[in-house]
Design a protein around this ligand. Structure first.
Ligand code: C2E
Ligand code: MG
Ligand code: MG
Ligand code: MG
Length: 279
């Protein structure tokens, strides 16, 4: 099964298969070095309350800079890291770093910002996940109420009972939970109702043509209403245009995140950005 350029499209391996596998092995080896040589880092993208325009959170996004300065996007190496199990180690590092940086932001007077951390289901299945999370919290001194784990919807649907019990235990630590990429998976409504989550993140795909076509507005509109009826707040990701902001506002969406407001930034630049907004 080989993924082609387009979402959800698959083609059969032919001659390219060997090349592809060799490429994956090469990338995996390079990733192993990257961890040892601390070539991974986090960037943060602001999340804003649509009503007040206030910054209320940030999402941590993983980056890998190779020795020759090339930036490799997570979509290229996270799947490989998941497949090899290396995501457990990487994910632990991400959780710790994000918690420490949350505490650092608090020292700069930005303690009221929630930090969103993407978590893979492979991590959730690992027996030491909860202790890694609570250690990251206690070692860093980050406020659990301002830490939010992002779990993708498709992933949350597998092993429904296990995941829902896991989320309960995460919530018991005081940490928040968001269902990421919502709308791209197939959550049953009864399952959604049962999940102990705080909010839904509407996938970027639904935001893209929210202005261009009347029909395209119906799904995000419904998701916002559904989420809020179930007691979740709703955030739209991938907002790039003023018209999308206006449309989401009129639909009563709670928060938004996207290039329209800011691209993901490293901490020093984020602090500058936040300070400039405050002034
Ligand atoms: P995601 O969690 O859904 O993150 C949102 C992605 O949308 C990010 O891509 C972000 O940079 C991008 N984005 C934000 N605003 C806009 C916009 O206005 N327009 C466009 N075109 N894109 C926008 P990124 O950073 O490349 O991350 C891709 C995915 O990789 C993430 O999707 C997440 O699933 C995964 N990922 C990133 N960091 C981590 C991590 O630390 N751990 C794990 N397990 N997965 C991660
Ligand atoms: Mg996310
Ligand atoms: Mg997402
Ligand atoms: Mg995504």
């Amino acid at each position: 099964r080989a993924k082609t350029g387009n979402r959800g499209e698959y083609s059969f391996y032919t001659r390219d298969m060997a090349v592809d596998i060799r490429e994956r092995v090469r990338l995996l080896q390079a990733l192993r070095h990257a961890i040892e040589r601390q070539r991974l880092f986090l960037v943060y993208q602001p999340q804003l309350e649509l009503g007040s325009g206030k910054v209320c959170g940030i999402e941590a996004l993983l980056r890998w800079r190779t020795e020759d300065g090339q930036l490799i996007p997570p979509d290229r190496f996270i799947p490989i890291a998941e497949h090899s199990g290396m995501i457990v180690k990487i994910g632990d590092w991400v959780m710790r770093m994000a918690c420490f940086q949350q505490a650092e932001l608090a020292r700069h007077g930005f303690g009221q910002l929630r930090v969103g951390i993407n978590v893979s289901v492979i991590q959730l299945r690992h027996p030491r996940f909860l202790s890694s999370l609570s250690m990251a919290l206690s070692d860093s001194g980050a406020d659990p109420g301002f830490v939010e784990l992002e779990v993708t919807e498709s992933v949350a649907m597998e092993e429904a009972d296990f995941i829902s019990r896991m989320l309960d235990q995460i919530k018991a630590l005081g940490v928040r939970i968001a269902l990421d990429d919502f709308g791209t998976g197939f959550s049953s409504l009864s399952y959604l109702q049962r999940l102990n989550i705080d909010r839904l993140k509407i996938d970027r795909a639904f935001i893209n043509d929210i202005c261009s076509q009347d029909r395209a507005r119906r799904i995000p509109e419904l998701v916002i209403q559904l989420g809020q009826k179930l007691g979740f707040s709703v955030i739209a990701e991938g907002v790039e245009l003023q018209e999308q902001v206006d449309a989401l506002k009129s639909m009563g969406c709670d928060e938004a995140q996207g290039y329209f407001y800011a691209r993901p930034m490293e901490v020093p630049m984020l602090i500058e950005w936040l300070s400039a907004r405050k002034a």
